[in-house]
Design a protein around this ligand. Structure first.
Ligand code: ADP
Ligand code: MG
Length: 348
């Protein structure tokens, strides 16, 4: 596996960070203190853009890149032949079950808990439905898109359902024809792992790292100001940095946003996007177009942002509350709603 290919153009800003760090280091060398430097890196992995900003005395951006690539290629991606998820999908239907690594067993157990608690709004067996709609491909081409027939949808739904899968500690029983797709939680899982690395790095004092729509903040900024996490305006997504507001955070947090603007195709005035309602097999249609979750765990933020998008405002707010997470939603008209606890962090 060529990791360079997976993680592109990561270095240009790291170099700038090094230079700034070296100058700072020289000045500091004169007085003998060890001042926090800023290290920055950007690249792509997990089908999205990764941006790292790390403060400390040592640059660990490449260690973090390596871990994201490991998660993607060895563990989570159904598009990577060598990943554990691909192996599971390949051997679905084996009567004796499939042995899980401890790492994946913990992850799947947590996901199954959230699937149950959300009444199946989060369901990582939704793969056959995702494949049928093929939104990822059409969102890029923007032509030739057709809505699947009822018969095709019924057939795809027959091969989905988290409740048809059994997890027994280190064993997984996945019925034949079914598969797992961790697209809704992978970036949050990456944020959890990143946070673990940061915690194990005494030379790092603060960091803010985004993996697509999932962000982790860690520690403090050297100047004592808050971490700022912008919340995308779901209807102005041309990259001009149009935000509905921002979260001002200090310390360790995880923020994930799911929206119908990330990947979609428009046909006959209808927007078909990439978040599916596992009950109907259609792109989820609720009273929100974007959901942001703030919590103390990455996988939870990512899973809940998807589940609450499917459930809509009322049930979504109730679900977030049961997990002690904060929620913010934006509807089609741009109206923002948020949980009581979110208000102290949000600034329009
Ligand atoms: P993004 O990938 O843009 O961050 P999400 O975290 O909401 O968005 O995840 C969406 C992805 O998860 C889809 O591309 C698809 O692969 C998968 N997916 C879609 N609907 C569901 C669902 N209801 N439950 C679990 N996974 C889903
Ligand atoms: Mg998600």
């Amino acid at each position: 596996m060529n990791q360079d290919k997976k993680y592109k153009n990561i270095s240009y800003r790291t170099v700038a960070g090094y230079l700034a760090g070296m100058v700072g280091g020289l000045i500091c060398g004169l007085c003998g203190c060890t001042q926090a430097k800023e290290f920055e890196a950007a690249g792509t992995a997990m089908g999205t853009i990764i941006h790292q900003k790390i403060y400390g005395t040592q640059d660990i951006t490449s260690e973090i890149e390596d871990e994201i690539v490991r998660l993607e290629t060895q563990l989570l991606s159904r598009r990577e032949e060598a990943s554990e998820i691909s192996r599971i999908n390949e051997y679905a239907g084996q009567a004796e079950g499939l042995i899980l690594s401890e790492e994946l067993s913990d992850i799947l157990t947590e996901i199954w808990g959230i699937s149950k608690e959300s009444g199946g709004a989060l369901d990582i067996t939704v793969g056959p439905v995702v494949t049928l709609w093929n939104i990822d491909t059409y969102a890029l081409m923007d032509e030739g898109f057709t809505v699947p027939t009822e018969q095709e949808l019924t057939e795809a739904l027959r091969l989905t359902g988290y409740d048809k899968v059994c997890i027994q500690q280190d064993k997984l029983f996945l019925p034949e024809g079914m598969s797992l797709d961790l697209g809704a939680v992978g970036k949050g899982i990456a944020c959890d792992r990143i946070c673990k690395i940061l915690e194990a790095s005494p030379e790092v004092t603060g960091a803010v790292i985004s993996v697509g729509g999932s962000v982790v903040t860690y520690g403090e900024k050297p100047d004592g100001t808050s971490w700022i996490v912008g919340i995308q305006n779901p209807r102005v997504t041309d990259g001009t940095g149009n935000y509905v507001g921002k979260l001002k955070l200090s310390g360790n947090w995880f923020v994930s946003t799911s929206g119908d603007y990330e990947r979609y195709v428009e046909k006959d005035g209808i927007r078909y996007h990439h978040i599916m309602n596992p009950m109907t097999g259609y792109p989820a249609k609720s009273d929100v177009v974007s959901v942001t979750i703030l919590s103390k765990e990455g996988i939870l933020s990512d899973a809940l942002s998807t589940a609450c998008f499917v459930l809509g405002k009322e049930e979504g707010f109730a679900l977030a509350k049961r997990y002690g997470a904060e929620i913010l939603t934006v509807d089609e008209n741009g109206k923002i709603d948020m949980s009581e606890g979110m208000k102290q962090y949000f600034q329009p």
